[in-house]
Design a protein around this ligand. Structure first.
Ligand SMILES: NC(=O)c1ccc[n+]([C@@H]2O[C@H](COP(=O)([O-])OP(=O)(O)OC[C@H]3O[C@@H](n4cnc5c(N)ncnc54)[C@H](O)[C@@H]3O)[C@@H](O)[C@H]2O)c1
Length: 592
């Protein structure tokens, strides 16, 4: 029988602590809520009031329940008030010396059976435990931000934690409606160990001006279905906390990719800690607010002058695969005349049939009117000759991902297309500049990286090379807007924004599995329920295909020469064995 908890304490009422207090109070458990001084206590009380007021105004909590919830919380600045609590959770800033000091104090105040838990994200629970007289009763109980919303809790068991203790804490997490996963004491545990490499990489992209903060965030939201972009998430986590987590992870693993990006330290020193201070990567209406306000980096304010654009009415699409078919449909639906070129008449017919079928499905689902379908069909012209692209304003190629094939195609387009035509490649991994260099007009060449399925996915990465003309970029951005797509703009580097941020994280998950730190199920659960991602890394790898993922990871490794980007040996072995994911019936999991 798991222990019944009726009274607990939370020490530190900041970003996490205040939310943890609410979680307990909502579940009919009395809470002693402790802060350093009266002012901080008031602030913590204010956070709980604000949060429950919102729940009441949204009809998720009645006024009586709100009153009962508040009555369960005793706010104080005296540590002595924890004396009769069965469990204390510490959520003070991420500094080892501070946590050790607090645990030593708590140890002296609580009863002999009380459990002491830390909400640390990265510090060694073992080191914190040994600051007490009885390390066996110390565990990690790592909630996720915002604690009342996210359903995941990592329970960290050190080599000395008593079985009963972590079993009781696990059962308590379940009672709170959370999904607990028990893991060993390693910096970052599951979720942060995988998340923070990705976040730090996004910060480095921003710092190097590879892409704007808005574009980095939009790319991950629209390209991967993440609930928030990485920089907005850093602001939510708090840049000071994020810095400490990265620093601890770096010191433990010496992985360069965890060394905090230099700009983080500068921002923290300048007091730009994210939402809690009113400013981080973005600017907020006031400290603690989630409401964004414009600042000097906001695109509308920053873009004083508007770049001239070229006129695009007619479009050529080269290719006959999934991407080409989707792109043809997207242009035709937006009213562009589309000439699509494939290598044989049967392929032209197949593409025409595929577009017709897809439009028909849209009509049946009520997403498209019959008139709109007919109009789109009226914009289509199939051809087997590239010469038919002589007069188009824009060509988008989506042929096989093979540089020799693409270069030969660009040489041909260079000879055929009219002066001023924009030549775009939808490559996801090859250098756009290689396509540009195959022509005599590299300034007209640009990347237009659509996502699959192109009809559905809103994101297009617009990739400029060192030679792309600014008006070409501006024109393609404008065309994307006409297509109802969201364009993000970045330089010509392997992986662009999305794949460069996504695949190293997936690769890290494979390495974690390989190291036997956690199972594929636990890792998938952590990332889905702890970070709100639409799929866990292993689910996603199996969908994308292990061979495709390995190829992308190899490209990234070759381009950046980062040791941490080296493909996980387990990924290589699975591909060698022919376990490619869903398409082959087996990958990280086996399919019927
Ligand atoms: N921010 C996140 O997204 C997140 C998520 C999970 C876990 N964590 C972990 O939770 C812990 C707290 O992080 P946070 O982001 O809430 O930090 P925070 O800075 O928002 O809040 C920390 C609070 O602790 C208080 N405090 C400091 N010393 C204290 C003391 N001696 N007694 C009582 N209160 C004291 C501070 O006044 C402050 O209000 C850290 O260990 C962090 O790694 C953070």
């Amino acid at each position: 029988m798991a222990r019944e908890f009726s009274k607990v304490a939370v020490v530190g009422l900041g970003t996490m602590g205040a939310g943890i207090v609410e979680v307990f109070a909502r579940n009919a458990i009395d809470v002693v809520a402790i802060e350093v001084d009266e002012a901080a206590v008031d602030k913590g009380r204010g956070v709980l009031q604000h949060s429950t007021d919102r729940a009441v105004s949204r009809g998720k909590l009645t006024a009586e329940d709100q009153a009962a919830l508040h009555a369960r919380v005793h706010f104080t600045s005296s540590m002595d008030d924890v004396a009769d609590c069965q469990l204390v959770i510490e959520a003070v800033p991420e500094h080892l010396h501070l946590k050790k000091e607090i645990f030593a104090k708590l140890d002296a105040v609580v009863g002999p059976d009380a459990i002491l838990a830390t909400n640390t994200s990265s510090l060694s629970v073992t080191e914190i435990a040994v600051a007490t007289s009885n390390p066996k009763r110390v565990v990690g109980m790592h909630f996720f931000n915002p604690a009342p919303v996210l359903q995941f809790v990592e329970v960290i068991r050190t080599v000395v934690t008593e079985d009963e203790v972590f079993e009781d804490v696990k059962a308590l997490a379940q009672r709170l409606g959370k999904q607990p996963v028990v893991v060993g004491d390693k910096a970052g545990f599951i979720a942060n160990a995988l998340l923070f490499g990705y976040l730090n990489h996004a910060v480095a992209m921003f710092e190097s001006k590879y892409a704007s903060r808005e574009d980095i965030d939009a790319a991950m939201k629209l390209g991967c279905g993440y609930p928030m972009g990485p920089l907005a998430l850093m602001d939510l986590i708090g840049l000071d906390t994020a810095y400490e987590i990265l620093d601890t992870m770096y010191k433990q693993g010496r992985d360069r990719l965890h060394a905090p990006s230099p700009i983080l330290k500068q921002m923290v020193s300048a007091g730009l800690k994210g939402r809690k201070s009113g400013r981080g990567f973005y600017t907020y209406a006031e400290p603690g607010s989630s409401q964004l306000v414009d600042d000097a980096l906001t695109p509308a304010a920053a873009a004083g002058e508007h770049e001239a654009t070229r006129t695009v009415r007619t479009v050529g699409v080269v290719g006959s695969g999934t991407m080409a078919t989707g792109i043809i449909e997207v242009f035709a639906k937006a009213g562009y005349d589309v000439t699509y070129v494939t290598r044989s008449q049967p392929k032209v017919d197949a593409v025409t049939a595929a577009v017709q079928k897809s439009l028909e499905k849209a009509v049946q689902r009520g997403k498209l009117t019959q008139e709109a379908r007919d109009e789109a069909l009226g914009h289509l012209t199939g051809s087997t000759s590239l010469d038919d692209l002589a007069t188009v304003d824009l060509v988008v190629e989506a042929v096989v991902e093979d540089l020799a094939v693409k270069r030969a195609l660009f040489e041909n387009l260079d000879e055929i297309c009219k002066p001023g035509a924009i030549l775009a490649t939808t490559t996801s991994s090859l250098p756009v500049v290689e396509c540009a260099a195959a022509t005599t007009r590299p300034d007209d060449v640009v990347g237009m990286h659509f996502f699959n399925p192109a009809q559905v996915m809103k994101l297009v990465e617009v990739v400029h090379t060192v030679s792309t003309a600014p008006d070409v970029v501006a024109t393609v951005q404008q065309v994307c807007a006409d297509l109802g797509k969201h364009a993000v703009t970045c330089g010509d580097r392997s992986g662009f924004i999305v794949n460069a941020l996504l695949f190293p994280y997936l690769n890290d998950a494979v390495k974690m599995l390989e190291a036997n730190y956690a199972t594929a199920d636990s890792i998938d659960t952590a990332m889905k329920t702890g970070c709100g991602l639409p799929m866990g890394p292993f689910e996603l790898l199996d969908v994308v295909g292990l061979d495709v993922s390995l190829a992308i990871q190899r490209e990234l490794y070759l381009e950046f020469r980062e040791r941490g980007f080296a493909p996980a040996p387990l990924l290589e072995h699975l591909v060698t064995a022919g376990y490619l994911g869903r398409k082959s019936g087996r990958g990280f999991r086996t399919y019927a």
